[in-house]
Design a protein around this ligand. Structure first.
Ligand code: FES
Length: 166
């Protein structure tokens, strides 16, 4: 059945894909499929709206709070609608030694958004180590990795290719 969250066609696709996911789990352990189910919804909607988390919880026969708990534990899930580009700037030790705080401040000014916030185009976040310590400082844009960002020109080159949300 369709909901305001998804069109009838989207709901059919979601239900079919969820059924395939659930086929890998014991029928009395549907809740174990929470991560792939939330990932599926996010892949379709771009984020996890509250009514979407409720739908997933209902289908996995758990409370809505359980879906919310899982969604808020993992940074890859968005419980608020993100910008077109999600920018994760590593501010852990190696990147910090190579000026990650200055990089973050530069991006706040360049993108017009405070770290931890979103606008229509950008979501800017601090991130824990992105496993690129030897090529610090680094960041990811929509999970695409960029490293050796030791000059403004290198940073500007990354963002020059990205078009604002229309
Ligand atoms: S500290 Fe930044 S990638 Fe490891």
């Amino acid at each position: 059945m369709a909901s305001p969250l998804l069109t009838a066609e989207e709901q059919r696709v979601f239900d079919d894909r969820l059924a395939e996911i659930l086929s890998h789990y014991p029928s009395d352990r549907k809740s174990a499929a929470m991560l792939p189910a939330l990932h599926l919804l996010q892949s379709m909607k771009g984020w996890l709206p509250p009514d979407g988390m409720e739908m997933v919880a209902h289908k996995l026969e758990v409370s809505p709070e359980r879906a919310y708990e899982v969604a808020t534990f993992y940074v890859m899930f968005h419980i608020r609608k993100p910008g077109k580009y999600v920018v994760d700037v590593c501010t852990n030790l190696s990147c910090s030694l190579w000026g990650a705080e200055d990089l973050l401040a530069y991006l706040e000014q360049k993108l017009g958004v405070t770290a931890g916030e979103s606008n229509g185009t950008w979501t800017l976040r601090e991130a824990e180590c992105l496993a690129s310590c030897g090529t610090a400082p680094c960041l990811q844009v929509n999970e695409v990795h960029h490293e050796n960002l030791r000059s403004r020109a290198a940073v500007d080159a990354v963002f020059a290719r990205l078009k604002p949300a229309s």
